[in-house]
Design a protein around this ligand. Sequence first.
Ligand SMILES: *Cc1c(COP(=O)(O)O)cnc(C)c1O
Length: 420
Amino acid sequence: MAPSVDKSNGVTENGNSVKEMNSSSLIKDLIPEDEQSPVPGLDDPVRMTQNATTAHILTAKWTIAEGWAAPEIKRYGNIELPPTASVLHYATSCFEGMKAYRGFDNKLRLFRPWLNCARMRDSNERVSLPDFDPEELLKLISTFVATEGPRWLPDTGSTFYVRPAMVGSGSALGINRPGEALFFVFAALFPQSRPGTINPGIRLITSQPSQIRAWPGGFGNTKVGANYGPAMTAQVRARQNECSQTLWLFGDSNIVTEAGASNFFVIWRRSDNKALELVTCSDETGVILNGITRRSVLEIARERLGSQDVAKQVSGDLDALDVIERPFSIDEVVKAHQEERLIEAFVSGTAMFISPVSQIIHEDKFIDFPTTENEAGQKVTVSKYAKTIKLWLEDIIYGREEHPWAFVVDETRDDIAKKA
Ligand SMILES: *Cc1c(COP(=O)(O)O)cnc(C)c1O
């Protein structure tokens, strides 16, 4: 964990006082609505290109001598960096991924954004980028979301993807802690998955022994840019095999870690006592990114599906289960498949949300998860648990249920009330 932040003005090694990140010094240079591009419809193909954004970007510069300069919200556009910039050579970069959700009550929400801000401090620390007060970061992010929300999220159930990022931006080429950094936030317009719907099932392929994504003592447990570039050849291989993600294995015993940029869960019956278990790789291994969706799945499953509490909350036709975090191997999954003990698998993450897994390809084996027929007579992957957990989280995200995990964005400030 990053050390606690001293909110008074810090002092650098050479004795200068430096400024903390400060949301109240935010400068806004907003584009009039009639000069902004039209908002693409929910099915507009521009969303598939993944390079459509809202009209503005928030930026904040940091230097080792001065600290944080006043942040700005301005027209979205390119960022200038010197060719010697640290990030371009030494991967001094990290990012976060979160979504803003337009609720059924028309309010705009973020989901547990405190955890994103805390995680960004940890990622920053791993690559020697500057620290900040996480509360100030959240104020900046929520102000940005409040600025873009009224125009770009008009419809109930619509979302945009918010990408905060930090890069080492200074011009000194030496391999040193960056003396300058740039923080920025923008919002991307992705294809929309509608609340209440569930993916019919994705396919995964296990990684090859010649490649590992993360290792103990490495940085796979932080959201630093250096994790993602080297994983792209595996992603190409997954696509070639008509799979959507690589299921990353680790170590001699082939521990199942996570799937692409999402965490992986399996539900099976134990071979000895037939108990139902929801299992995911433990965070203590140091080889997974501890997703906020992952944590939420674990917490809500323990609360509402946990065996301890069978009577109270287990809904409809769902049996109670044990929620377990431990390293488990692909051989255990293969064996459960052979012995017909597999119930479901799903991945979790902000981008993919909760998506059932229909099949895992491992070496020359196909691990198929149980299927059923839907109302239209099509074969679909069983996803009773995934669907229920997803609905529970959506109830919070879209405001059907009041819950401390939801952060309501205040869109009522004067400067953005122009739409009314
Ligand atoms: C972002 C990410 C996840 C999912 O994290 P969430 O906080 O749930 O979005 C999982 N694995 C990796 C490698 C990631 O980068």
